[in-house]
Design a protein around this ligand. Structure first.
Ligand code: SF4
Length: 286
């Protein structure tokens, strides 16, 4: 059964039609079977038997197929806000009565739903690891490759393991490079765009070894916000080792005087002898 509340069709009238097979007289859209649609009382009784007083007003009916319909009732259970009771009824060919086949709860458009299920393996996110936590890489983690495979495969040798059973794989390198380049260490952050020159020409730029060294290095300038971090060759910051030459070439910036705004201050009241009111302003005698 594939009924959803998005398929809800309002019932305009709930009286059983004279002709059981006359379809479409009480229901708009994909009209359910007329007898099934009219069996509101039967459906309500089934819902009440299942849920008691938690069954609210009739919200409509939807066709589930030939002579099969689902009636929807508001769910008054406070633990299921926005949900609905669905009661499916069916009618045999040429029969005038319906049979209830099931009562169940359906989420409405405003229903409070649990978050989408996320497999345990995908739940740990960057930054989740705390002090003392353990998170070893899975045996099939494609960011890593067996060092011996790198030697024996046709893929150009990435690096020797040198005692490590696994080394960063080609996939791991590409992912790291893309992540770094698109992040704070890349060329598109405001700090890099306003830098006097890129990292590649900075004396504090220390290239990484291996293939990643073609695009990334470590910043070793303690006055840079990127000190100790991996940066892209076209990243940059104001602490570029040769940036002073550009500053000198720019000359001294003119002083800026703000002439367009002013500040309102509260002045203390001036103390002194009270002024005599003008003669014409004297209060009239009573
Ligand atoms: S000091 Fe600035 S320009 Fe130099 S390597 Fe570090 S981030 Fe790049």
């Amino acid at each position: 059964m594939t009924t959803t509340t998005d398929d809800l069709v309002p019932v305009a009238g709930e009286a059983a039609p004279a002709d059981p097979d006359a379809a479409g007289t009480a229901i708009e859209g994909a009209a359910p079977d007329a007898v099934c649609a009219a069996a509101v009382d039967v459906a309500r009784a089934a819902a009440v038997e299942e849920a008691g007083e938690a069954v609210g007003e009739h919200l409509g009916a939807v066709s589930d197929g030939d002579r099969i319909a689902t009636h929807l009732f508001a769910c008054l259970d406070r633990a299921y806000r926005g949900w609905r009771w669905g009661v499916q009824v069916v009618r045999a060919a040429r029969a005038k009565d319906v049979t209830v086949t099931g009562v169940y709860r359906l989420p409405g458009p405003d229903a409070l739903l649990s978050p989408e299920w996320v497999p345990w393996a995908d739940r740990v996110r960057p930054g989740d690891l705390g002090v003392g936590d353990l998170l070893p890489a899975a045996p099939d983690d494609d960011r890593l490759a067996l060092a011996i495979e790198d030697v024996e495969s046709d893929v150009p040798l990435i690096e020797w393991g040198l005692g490590r059973p696994r080394v960063l794989s080609f996939v791991g390198r590409v992912e790291a490079a893309e992540r770094w380049y698109d992040g704070e260490a890349g060329p598109d952050v405001p700090q890099a765009r306003q830098a006097p020159a890129p990292c590649v020409s900075c004396g504090f730029y220390l290239p990484l070894s291996g293939a990643l060294g073609l695009g990334f290095g470590a910043c070793t300038n303690e006055f840079s916000p990127d000190d100790g971090r991996v940066v892209a060759i076209d990243h940059g910051c104001g602490a570029h080792s040769e940036g002073s030459a550009d500053v000198a070439a720019m000359g001294v910036a003119p002083a800026l005087v703000d002439e367009f705004t002013f500040e309102v201050v509260d002045e203390p009241p001036v103390e002194g002898p009270a002024e005599e009111p003008p003669a014409g302003d004297a209060a009239p005698a009573e």
